[in-house]
Design a protein. Structure first.
Length: 277
């Protein structure tokens, strides 16, 4: 069986389900006719069922040995692209293709006035396991001002980084939280939070969350309008002590520069690497 072909089909079908959810909601918001919405709901139900059939393996005989997508590697033609020749969007898309997929985090902070802030971030990486350190790049707004997330971290030294499941309601929250708001307003609204004394809240829907403390700040070189900060992981919030369950859960992921989805699934192809002592 061609596992790559199966994964491509699954990814396409899941995106169709997400697109259907978004279309149904838009049509309901616009007050469109019930029969049109019903057609979209039927399409969504059919596609969702197709996803479950493929996931269960009911259609495995559809995925023979034939390669559906040509292999792309550097053994043939090689094109060297100059990133300085691109505009910002093109450059971001090409560089993003080399570092995606990667989990999207919701970063929770609190101002000194007690205003809770939350913002989506994807430029996050582990820079050390011992001590446990996370690096994060925080850009400034178009006027060159630091955003509330960075200001809050500088003032309080604390942030909570949450990983979330791939769900359309969470995506809508993320899109909403990414829009600029006055500093005295919170993006949390009606969303349920997990409160932990002395730390910014974590969304109750989180799969896992890291409680962190600011330990270093560094301006980025070459005039980049961003700042690199280093956070020490002081606590991990998890719904289970079974790490394997967390590792196999689907997480909300940056698939491309402007597209969200899921990658980690329980039935996805995986190989356990041997670690040296």
């Amino acid at each position: 069986m061609n596992e790559d072909a199966k994964e491509h089909v699954l990814r396409f079908l899941r995106r169709c389900v997400i697109y259907a959810d978004e279309s149904i909601q838009r049509k309901k918001d616009r007050g469109e006719q019930e029969d049109i919405i019903a057609q979209w709901e039927a399409y969504r139900e059919f596609t969702s069922y197709a996803v479950s059939e493929v996931e269960r393996g009911d259609l495995n005989d559809w995925f023979g040995a034939t390669e559906m997508i040509p292999n792309l590697d550097l053994s043939g033609d090689v094109h060297r692209l100059d990133p300085d020749s691109f505009d910002h969007h093109e450059r971001s898309s090409w560089i993003g293709a080399a570092v995606t997929p990667r989990p999207l985090h919701l970063v929770s902070t609190v101002s000194t006035d007690g205003i809770r802030n939350i913002a989506p971030m994807s430029s996050i990486s582990v820079v050390s396991n011992s001590p446990p350190l996370i690096g994060m790049s925080l850009s400034k707004d178009r006027e060159g001002k630091s955003r509330d997330t960075l200001l809050n971290i500088i003032e309080t030294k604390k942030a909570t980084l949450a990983v979330l499941p791939p769900h359309i309601d969470i995506v809508r929250w993320i899109e909403s939280s990414a829009k600029p708001l006055p500093s005295n307003q919170s993006e949390w609204k009606e969303h349920v939070a997990v409160t932990n004394d002395g730390w910014p809240d974590a969304p109750a829907t989180s799969l896992i969350a890291l409680q962190t403390t600011l330990v270093a700040r560094h301006p980025l070189p070459e005039g980049a309008v961003a700042e690199w900060i280093v956070l020490r992981v002081d606590g991990i919030l998890s719904p289970t002590l079974n790490l394997e369950l967390i590792e196999k859960e689907a997480v909300l992921t940056m698939l491309t520069d402007d597209e969200l989805g899921e990658v980690r699934t329980s039935n996805a192809w995986r190989h356990k690497m041997k670690k040296s002592d």
